[in-house]
Ligand binder design. Structure first.
Ligand code: APR
Length: 227
C-alpha cells in the first residue's frame, strides 16, 4: 500500500463547530497569544491560561467529527495513512483514524508543568488549579505553546519524506515549524490542498487545489483516490 500523508489544521474541525485561529472571528481575534499561549503567560497568570484551555476542552468534548474526518478514515482501506495534525482536538481519533501524530499536543490530556513528558488523561473538561503531577508541580494542558519545542517535528518530517501521496487540509501554514513540513515532501509526489482559501505555498510537482470547505472537498478527493 502507498504511504499517504495528510497534514491537517484547524480548518478541518471548523465545521464541527471549533473555531479556527486566524479566520475572521477566529480564536486569536478574541485573545492575545501572549496572554494565553506562552510559557510567560503561564508564569504571569496561570489561572487565566488554565481557564482558556478548560474552555477549549469543553468545546472539543461537545464537538463531533465531521464528514472530512470520516472520509480520511476510509482512505485506510487502500493506503497506509498517517495524519499529522496541528489540532489539539481528538476528532481524527474519534472518527476512527488509527495513525495520528499530534504536533501540538492534545487537549484531552494534562501535562506536568515541569516535565512535559509526564502526561495524564483528564476526566471531564476541567483541570483544577490545585491539581498536581506525580512530582508535585501543577498540571496544565498537554499542548505546545508558542516559544516551546515541538517534540514530534522530527518524526513528522521523516513521515513526510516517505509520503507517496500528500494532502493538506485547512491550515494557513502560518506557524512554524509545522508549516515547514511541506518542504520534506518529494517533488514527484501528487499533492492536494483542500481549503476555501488556499494558503500561499511553494510546492513543486503535481499540485491539485480544491477551493472547498473540508466537508465537501475532502470526501471528493478521497473518492478520487479510492477510485
Ligand atoms: N474547511 C477547510 N478549511 C477551512 C475551513 C473549512 N470549513 N474554514 C476555514 N478553513 C481554513 C482557512 O482558510 C485557513 O487556511 O483553515 C485555515 C485555518 O488557519 P489557522 O486558523 O491559521 O489554523 P492552523 O493553520 O491550524 O493554525 C496553526 O496556529 O495558533 C496556532 O497552535 C495553533 O495549531 C495551530 C497553529
Amino acid at each position: 500500500m502507498k504511504n499517504l500523508v495528510v497534514l491537517t489544521g484547524a480548518g478541518i474541525s471548523a465545521e464541527s463547530g471549533l473555531k479556527t485561529f486566524r479566520d475572521s472571528d477566529g480564536l486569536w481575534e478574541g485573545y492575545n497569544i501572549e496572554d494565553v499561549a506562552t510559557p510567560e503567560a503561564w508564569q504571569r497568570n496561570p489561572a487565566l491560561v488554565q481557564q482558556f484551555y478548560n474552555e477549549r476542552r469543553k468545546s472539543v468534548l461537545e464537538a463531533k467529527p465531521n464528514a472530512a474526518h470520516y472520509a480520511l478514515v476510509k482512505l485506510e482501506e487502500q493506503y497506509n495513512v498517517t495524519i499529522i495534525t496541528q489540532n489539539i482536538d481528538d476528532l481524527h481519533e474519534r472518527a476512527g483514524s488509527t495513525n495520528v501524530v499530534h504536533l501540538h499536543g492534545v487537549i484531552t490530556r494534562s501535562q506536568s508543568s515541569i516535565n512535559p513528558e509526564l502526561t495524564y488523561p483528564i476526566s471531564g473538561w476541567e483541570i483544577g488549579m490545585d491539581e498536581v503531577c506525580e512530582l508535585g508541580s501543577p498540571l496544565r494542558a498537554h499542548v505546545v505553546w508558542f516559544g516551546e519545542a515541538v517534540p514530534m517535528i522530527e518524526t513528522a518530517a521523516k513521515i513526510c519524506m516517505k509520503a507517496e501521496v500528500f494532502m493538506l487540509v485547512g491550515s494557513s501554514l502560518a506557524v512554524y515549524p509545522a508549516a515547514g513540513l511541506i518542504n520534506y515532501v518529494r517533488r514527484e509526489v501528487p499533492k492536494y490542498i483542500i481549503d476555501p482559501k488556499i494558503p500561499e505555498v511553494n510546492m513543486r510537482g503535481e499540485l491539485t487545489l480544491v477551493r472547498e470547505k473540508a466537508t465537501i472537498g475532502v470526501p471528493e478527493v478521497v473518492r478520487q483516490l479510492l477510485g
